[in-house]
Structure formats: structure tokens, C-alpha cells
Write a protein that binds this ligand. Sequence first.
Ligand SMILES: Cc1cc2nc3c(=O)[nH]c(=O)nc-3n(C[C@H](O)[C@H](O)[C@H](O)COP(=O)(O)OP(=O)(O)OC[C@H]3O[C@@H](n4cnc5c(N)ncnc54)[C@H](O)[C@@H]3O)c2cc1C
Length: 286
Amino acid sequence: MPWYAPRHLEEALALLAERPGLIPIAGGTDVMVDGNAGAAGREYLSLAGVANLRGVSETPLGLAIGALTTMTEIGRHPLVCRHLPALAASARVTGAVAIQNRATLGGNIMNASPAADNPPVLLAYGASVVLMSAMGSRHVPYAQFHSGYKETIRRPTEILGEVIVPFPPDHAHHYFRKVGTRRAQAISKVGLAAVLAGRPGSWECVRFGLASVAATPILACALAAAITGSDHSVPRDEELAEALGRDIAARDDIRSTADYRRRVAINLVREALAPWRSQGGFDASH
Ligand SMILES: Cc1cc2nc3c(=O)[nH]c(=O)nc-3n(C[C@H](O)[C@H](O)[C@H](O)COP(=O)(O)OP(=O)(O)OC[C@H]3O[C@@H](n4cnc5c(N)ncnc54)[C@H](O)[C@@H]3O)c2cc1C
């Protein structure tokens, strides 16, 4: 199949500007199982050999993670494990080891599956993405990136270059859990990530990202508002469920039912909040 394999970013962006129909390919773990891979008329732009799109570094804005960084690298990286433990956790359950050795963070985002494991975590951490083209770069809050089922706001001449994840508060509680048919090698029926810091009346960070409960990965804003708006105590379970019900649009599909998804989602929220219920907050005094 027609295949371009540039070594430098400028070359990759110039090729894409000339041929916006090129399909970027990173680890290939989604592209190669696409039934139309290699179909007549399809041309590919391999990013695998492009320098400077891989790795994790500390910046004033937070951790910068290159789009080509693999799940194996993310799951083991000392900076990710220290600052973003929920992302290290989601990377370590993205497929099995062979997949993790090839699958990239950029590919996981760009494939735009509502069931993907890392997007809810990036939403909970308040990440932004950097889209690059021959015309320049733009930073987009990740919460604005998915525009519909398997759709994103990426333009055909752009590649996803890196993901910037701000440092969470030092004493934040980080949570990630994926519920699937099996413990490993299963696509999620529900995934929840949470980053929580502060206490009633002085919240610093209350963010929940969810997978597999709507057409896109979602940031649960109504749920967060129900919690931050409750001054003295954790909202009752019914209030949490009502707020979550406004955020999600769970559906029946081959993996699960909408009812099961709603029940599991609220159970995961309760689990994420359990330390708060017992300690009264997530801050330096605990
Ligand atoms: C057996 C198996 C198990 C899996 N298990 C899981 C799982 O448990 N959890 C999960 O979330 N996913 C899972 N996946 C899906 C897949 O492995 C991940 O989505 C992976 O992160 C994709 O990364 P990649 O580098 O292989 O992407 P690719 O296949 O190379 O690309 C995926 C999509 O992103 C686009 N793309 C890639 N990189 C860029 C870029 N930098 N800029 C612009 N567009 C880009 C491609 O054009 C394509 O549309 C599984 C896949 C397989 C085959």
C-alpha cells in the first residue's frame, strides 16, 4: 500500500499539507485492524520514524508527552508514575503487553473511541493537546477535542504532536478504574478517572472523566458541580446519581446495557469518593 515514512517533523507536515488525504499511522494497532486498511486509494503517513514526537518531559505547564510515546513507556515512566499515577495505571491496562509496546498515546486519542482507556484520565487531569501543521501549532483543551462519535476537531492537514498535562495538586487523590468482561485484554464497559483535591467549601480540583457511557469520552461537569456545590457534606447517593445521569448518555450495545453502565458508573464514583467520606477531604492535612 502507498506509504510515506518521513524522518523529520517538517517533512511529515509538508507531506500532509500537499496530500491532506494521507492517513497518519503511529503504532498501527487500530489502523491495521481497520477492515479497510490497505484498501485501494488509501495512502499512509507513517509517523513512527519522526524524531521529537516521543518521550515525556517536564515543562512549566506540566508534563509534555509526545504523541508517539507508547503505553509501555508511559506506564513505566518515573515522571508519569510520580505526577500522574492514574495515567500510568490506564496505560498499563491498555491491551496486553504486545499492544502496549506499539500502541501510542496519540493513536489512542486520535482513534477517538468512546471506550478508549486513556482519554477519561486526560480529561480528569485537565490536559490539552497540541495540533501541528505546516501553518503552525494550536493548543486545544482536550475537553473540546472530541466532537462526536469517532470524530475530532483535527483538520486533515494536522497531526497530534503532544499532550500537555498540568501538574495536579501535590496532595490530590488520583483514581482510575476500568470495568470490562475480564480483568485484562477487555474493552471497557465503563471507565472512570477522577482527580480530587480539597475539602467541602475549599475545593481545588474536582474532575471526573468517563469512558463508554456516551458517544465520546466525557468530562462529568454536572457531577463535579453537585459535589463542589455541596458545602458541608458529600451529596447523597441519589444526588450523585441524578447529577451523573445528566452527564452521561449510556446506551445498550454489544458489550453491555445502558442500565448496567449507569449502575457501574455510580458505583465507581462512590469508590473514588470513599476516602473523602472517611476523611472529610483530600488535602495536606490527611
Ligand atoms: C488486541 C487489541 C487490544 C486493544 N486493547 C485496547 C484497550 O484495552 N484499551 C484501549 O484504549 N485501546 C485498545 N486497543 C486499541 C489500540 O491499541 C489503542 O487505541 C492504541 O493506543 C492506538 O495507538 P496506535 O499508535 O497503534 O494508533 P494507530 O493505529 O497508528 O492510529 C490510530 C488512529 O489515530 C490516527 N493517528 C495516530 N497517531 C496520530 C497522530 N500523531 N496525529 C494524528 N493522527 C494520528 C490514525 O490515523 C488512526 O486514525 C486495542 C487494540 C488491539 C488490536
